[in-house]
Design a protein around this ligand. Structure first.
Ligand SMILES: *[C@@H]1O[C@H](CO)[C@@H](O)[C@H](O)[C@H]1NC(C)=O
Ligand SMILES: *[C@@H]1O[C@H](CO)[C@@H](O)[C@H](O)[C@H]1NC(C)=O
Ligand SMILES: *[C@@H]1O[C@H](CO)[C@@H](O)[C@H](O)[C@H]1NC(C)=O
Ligand SMILES: *[C@@H]1O[C@H](CO)[C@@H](O)[C@H](O)[C@H]1NC(C)=O
Ligand SMILES: *[C@@H]1O[C@H](CO)[C@@H](O)[C@H](O)[C@H]1NC(C)=O
Ligand SMILES: *[C@@H]1O[C@H](CO)[C@@H](O)[C@H](O)[C@H]1NC(C)=O
Length: 463
């Protein structure tokens, strides 16, 4: 009899334990399933060697608004907007401290509607996050997206991306600036479109922020290009009898025949290059559009700091082309030693300056950590102008910096941006946004600088 009761009691106990275990296991398992479901979504293409990042189950539970434990974790994962508080915070690029990173989670802040929202790192995408925050704080572009005026420029039959790229971009921007956005925003949808446009951005390898910026701007430009059927390019040389200014106009007109958009109006300038024959003194000039200026940094071992003006000097100063590089002089009709120099013919509304910290040859070998001292306000480029400027002098104010820290092998990108609404500076580090000072943007990490021209945004690029 006694033994029987004990037996029944044991059975009940075992049953109770099993149920308890099942509940716990269910909750736990559920989160894992959710994570891998989400991960599959995020890591849908490219590499297969991704790691599944550790998650802290209590983090998951804590992130449910109702505090409903593990089960609540599931509903957040599948729910709409509230699921933005990340279940898994992916790795900091090149940072082995993944668990710590995941634990810190997102610092969702309540400053909604001001664009002060982080971007989720979906696997080495800090280069993209950094650039996107810089663009998000580019006032003219922000307005163009938010006031929907880009819509009428999209020709969804002629653009190679059929409008899908700018649509994804605008959705991201609107989410960043939305008044009901609370957590870091996911970039997966935009990334999917970008890699369709430029397959090199497939996968989850670290990429160069400046290259990414170029591709993205070019892609956005294509979407809103006013030229819907490309005319045959004009291959004849520009009449050499024209004045330099007339040549510049003609070159720009030819460019706009094929590439003409709001993006071009804002970001593209024109560079003049002058080739001077050392034998006969003949100068030949060419004019090319530029999306950014790539400035060399002095590479001397002992140079620790340099002024931006010196980099611009180095960029525009005459260099001699000799030996194998000797070009053919148009007048002598022979290959001659020549000097070559650059100057700025047309100043863009938004000036992007790329500091060449990674030399093309040493790309994977070294990085220059020189501190470039650049002004936050009143960068005057008059002395680099190809011709005396008729209007106001080309003065620029800084509003964003894309930064690279660490080595070329294991680096991390962040950004400093000045909010176009309240003019305050913030630091953007993937999902984290924190206030900062403008001065702190001037650091050896500064990599791509965004300047806006003083004096309004109404200038049209048409000459
Ligand atoms: C999980 O998160 C909780 C609350 O954030 C923290 O107290 C705990 O130490 C974390 N556990 C691990 C293993 O990271
Ligand atoms: C939208 O913003 C752009 C960029 O600032 C501006 O050029 C355009 O006039 C605006 N359109 C409307 C309808 O407000
Ligand atoms: C293309 O644009 C037209 C009107 O502008 C719109 O009705 C149509 O749905 C768009 N197509 C796609 C595939 O977006
Ligand atoms: C798109 O471009 C095509 C080809 O030039 C043109 O026929 C069509 O009208 C354009 N559509 C829109 C909505 O601008
Ligand atoms: C340039 O001017 C010279 C002399 O005035 C003339 O002979 C030549 O035909 C002109 N070239 C062109 C392309 O108009
Ligand atoms: C960005 O955040 C990571 C993770 O918290 C941190 O290790 C890193 O130092 C931060 N980088 C900068 C430049 O603030």
């Amino acid at each position: 009899m006694d033994a029987r009761i004990t037996y029944y009691l044991d059975c009940v106990l075992v049953l109770a334990w099993s149920v308890l275990l099942l509940i716990v296991a269910y909750g736990f398992f559920d989160n894992i399933v959710n994570v891998s479901r989400r991960s599959q979504y995020k890591f849908d293409s490219g590499r297969t060697d991704f790691r599944l990042y550790c998650l802290n189950v209590s983090d998951v539970s804590a992130s449910t608004p109702s505090g409903g434990g593990a089960k609540g974790g599931r509903s957040t994962a599948l729910a709409g907007p509230s699921s933005r508080r990340s279940l898994v915070t992916p790795p900091a690029d090149g940072d082995d401290d993944d668990l710590a990173q995941a634990r810190r989670g997102s610092s969702a802040d309540s400053r909604n509607g001001l664009g002060l929202v982080g971007l989720r790192n979906i696997g080495n995408t800090c280069f993209m996050n950094s650039v996107l925050q810089c663009l998000s704080n580019t006032k003219v572009l922000l307005d163009y997206i938010r006031n929907e005026s880009y819509q009428k420029d999209v020709n969804n039959t002629t653009s190679s991306m059929k409008g899908a790229l700018i649509k994804a971009f605008s959705e991201l921007i609107k989410e960043l600036w939305g008044s009901d956005t609370s957590g870091p925003v996911n970039t997966a949808a935009l990334k999917a479109q970008i890699q369709r446009f430029a397959p090199r951005f497939m996968g989850y390898a670290q990429q160069d922020a400046q290259e990414f910026l170029r591709y993205l701007l070019e892609g956005l430009h294509e979407e809103v290009n006013r030229v819907t059927s490309k005319p045959k390019p004009i291959t004849t040389d520009i009449d050499d009898n024209l004045s330099d200014a007339e040549k510049a106009n003609e070159a720009w007109r030819r460019y706009l025949r094929a590439e003409d958009s709001f993006i071009v109006d804002m970001f593209v300038g024109q560079l003049k290059s002058t080739l001077k024959c050392t034998h006969c003194g003949h100068c030949s000039v060419t004019f090319d559009p530029f999306w950014d200026l790539s400035l060399p940094l002095p590479s001397g071992r002992h140079t620790t700091s340099v002024r931006l003006a010196h980099c611009l000097d180095a960029f525009t100063k005459e260099e001699t082309l000799d030996g194998d590089e000797k070009p053919k002089c148009a007048k002598c009709k022979e290959r001659r030693r020549c000097t070559k120099s650059f100057s700025i013919q047309k100043f863009p509304q938004v000036l992007v300056i790329h500091l060449k910290r990674f030399s093309p040859l040493e790309r994977y070998r070294g990085k220059l950590n020189t501190l470039v001292e650049f002004p936050l306000e009143g960068l005057d480029l008059s002395q680099f102008a190809a011709e005396p400027q008729s209007g106001p002098s080309p003065r620029y104010n800084l509003y964003a910096v894309s930064e690279h820290s660490g080595t070329p092998y294991s680096g991390h990108y962040t950004a400093h941006c000045k909010n176009p609404l309240d003019n305050r500076w913030h630091e953007y580090n993937d999902s984290r946004v924190s206030s900062a000072s403008g001065r702190s943007a001037v650091s050896p990490e500064a990599y791509v600088l965004f300047y806006e021209r003083e004096g309004g945004t109404t200038q049209k690029s048409r000459l």
